[in-house]
Structure formats: C-alpha cells, structure tokens
Design a protein around this ligand. Structure first.
Ligand code: ACO
Length: 327
C-alpha cells in the first residue's frame, strides 16, 4: 500500500471539433463504419497548438485549481507519443512556460500506456521522498502524426491533454493499492509512428530527404492483444492489492475502441456500467485518454474520495499498464 494522493485533475481539449461526416469528404469512409466499429462520433483537432501548448493549458489549470505555486513543483513528467521535438522534451517546454524553476522535467514514451507508465515513475519519486509535489500530464497532438490519406488509422485519433498533481498522503486515506506494467517488445512492429531509419551510407547523400513515417497499426493484432492482456493485467494487480476485481468501483480504460471496452467487461464479468466511456466525443487521444476521463468523472462526482479506481492503458510497445488506486 503506497500512500499517494491525486490532489487535483484537469484536462484541455482543442477547440476544433471534427465530426465523422467531415472525414467522409477527405477519405472513403462513413459515419456508420466509424461509429459501429469504434464508437467514435467526433474528435477534436489542434490547429496551431503543439503538444506542449495543450499540456501547458492543463498545467496552468492544475496550479490554479490546487493553489500550488509553480516553484513548489519538484517534478514534471509528460507522457506523449507526439512530442514537439526529439529534444527538448515536451515536459521541459512546459516547465519553462510555467517558470517552475525548482522542477526537473522529462518525457515518458509508452504510447497509449504512457499515462500509466508516467504515473508509476512519478509515484516512485514520491515514495523514495526524492520529490514532494509532482505533476503528471498525458498530452497528444496525434493529428500531426497520422497519415490523413489512410482511412484505417486517420479516423481513430484525436488531440487533447490532461493531468494530475500527486503528493504523498499523510492521512493514508488515498493510496495506490497496486500496479502492473508489462511490455511485449517482440510485437513492437504492430504499432509504430515516427520511425526514422539510420543512415544507409557515409558520407550521406546530401540531396536525400530523410523521411519520418506516419502512424501504422495492425488493428486486429492490437485489438486481440488488448482484449487478452488488459483482463490479465487487472487480475495481477488485484492479486497484489488483495482485492477481487468486483471490488473496483470504476474502470478507467484507455479509450481506443468502445468494442474493446465491451469485450473486456464481458471477459471480466463486470457490468458495463462500471466502464464509463468518452471515446465518442474525443476519439483515441493515446496518453491523454485516461486522465481526460478521470478528470471528467471526478468533476461529475461519478468518482468520489474513497472509491477504488482502476486506471488501465494499453497500446504501442506493445505495452499494458494498470494502477489500482483508492482515490
Ligand atoms: N472506413 C471504411 N472502411 C474502412 C475504414 C474506414 N475508416 N478503415 C478500414 N476499412 C475497411 C478495410 O479496408 C477493410 O475492408 P475489406 O474488408 O474490404 O478489406 C474493412 O474495413 C475491415 O477492416 P479491419 O481493419 O479488419 O477492421 P476492424 O473491424 O478490425 O476494425 C479497428 C479496425 C477499428 C482499427 C480495430 O481493429 C481496432 O480498434 N483495433 C484496436 C486499435 C487499438 O486499440 N489501438 C490502441 C492502441 S493505439 C496507440 O497505442 C497509440
């Protein structure tokens, strides 16, 4: 049992809404195909704002809502698979924007499990008392990564960011009950984005344009991976926490596909009412999807202090990550 408390949550969705009907003007697809296969009706696309801008909105909101000052932060972790650049890290840009001069900052790359991995990293810094006040944000501008001529992937993703402030809880009421992270690197080719190849010769041909690849996914392979590995990860985490899966009040699953969530609920024999979804509004926002939903559920009081909440990410790597927390 690890006494860590989610102090505050916040999210930011860029303004431009793109409904399925608008995509039918760009590619051979239909609202019927997209909604029946995925549950997605709309996604929001960032125009002119990069991942660090979305994350900075979230970071500022977190500080305003909590009353924490920027210079009280010890650590800022951003989970993203669509950073502004190889370097500087998106987290470093956010740290600069906030003028959080006492915080060190870095990114975590674990695709749609990014938030779960970043949450785990951040909690270790708290548990070892290296840090006292930590910000964890998942943020993506996947619209700049997808190939807009590839209907198999372009319809699935959206942009957004969300995050949490974490601190150790002296009262012991809020806890991380258990976590489970797994990586399946042998299946790394099932989902990739931004692949850029090594030089093929030296001296290089100066005229050669260096290509960075767009998003590619073996959708069926990722679908069966998620429906197999998420229940197993949840069961392992529950064993560690010494609770039954049925004792979890709310399951916040990465919002990749509503059908994946329905299948997982069936496999675990847990009512679908415990698996809230918002993928219909936002599409798959990768590392941002879990904290966006978490913030919405806390704001609507669907999640209250004392509830047992499972946060589960899955995706590129391939990766899966579960945290069971007492909120
Ligand atoms: N509109 C219309 N038709 C389409 C579209 C589209 N947008 N995309 C594909 N199709 C067609 C295909 O060409 C194919 O046609 P064919 O039968 O004539 O060949 C047909 O629809 C079926 O295609 P499939 O890819 O087999 O469709 P499937 O039912 O598997 O659904 C989907 C695809 C939605 C991607 C599903 O496989 C899925 O959700 N997979 C999991 C994705 C996921 O979980 N990702 C999470 C990780 S993301 C991350 O880590 C960043």
């Amino acid at each position: 049992m690890e006494n860590i408390k989610i102090i505050q949550t916040a999210h930011y969705i860029p303004e431009k809404a793109v409904f399925n009907a608008e995509l039918t003007k760009l590619m051979d697809t239909s609202d019927e195909w997209i909604s029946s296969r995925t549950g997605i009706k709309k996604r929001n696309i960032s125009i002119g704002e990069n991942t660090s801008d979305l994350c900075t909105h979230v970071a500022e909101d977190l500080l305003v809502k909590s009353g924490w000052k920027a210079d009280e932060l010890d650590l800022i972790v951003v989970a993203t698979m669509s950073p502004d650049s190889y370097t500087p890290a998106t987290a470093a840009i956010v740290q600069g924007n906030l003028q959080a001069s006492n915080a060190f900052a870095f990114d975590v790359s674990a695709a749609c499990s990014g938030f779960a991995y970043a949450f785990e990293v951040a909690s270790q810094f708290l548990l070892t008392k290296r840090c006292c006040k930590v910000m964890v944000i998942g943020g993506e501008t996947l619209s700049k990564v997808v190939d807009w001529s590839d209907r198999a992937t372009a319809v699935l993703f959206g942009d957004g960011a969300a995050g949490v402030l974490l601190a150790t809880d002296q009262t012991g009421k809020s806890q991380i009950l258990a976590s489970d992270l797994q990586t399946f690197g042998a299946d790394c080719d099932k989902l990739s984005a931004g692949v850029n190849n090594a030089l093929s010769e030296f001296p290089p041909k100066l005229s050669e344009r260096r290509e960075i690849s767009a998003f590619k996914m073996d959708g069926r392979a990722v679908y069966s991976f998620a429906t197999r590995e998420v229940p197993l990860s949840l069961q392992r985490a529950c064993e560690k926490a010494q609770i039954d899966v049925a004792q979890i009040d709310v399951f916040i699953l990465h919002q990749a596909n509503e059908r994946i969530i329905k299948t997982i609920s069936k496999r675990l024999r847990i009512p679908l009412s415990k698996f809230p979804v918002n993928i219909n509004h936002y599409g798959n926002t990768s590392a941002a999807s879990e904290p966006i939903l978490l913030d919405e559920l806390i704001a609507s009081q669907r999640i209250k202090r004392g509830d047992v909440v499972a946060l589960v990410g899955f995706g590129g790597g391939l990766t899966v990550g579960t945290q069971i927390i007492k909120y």
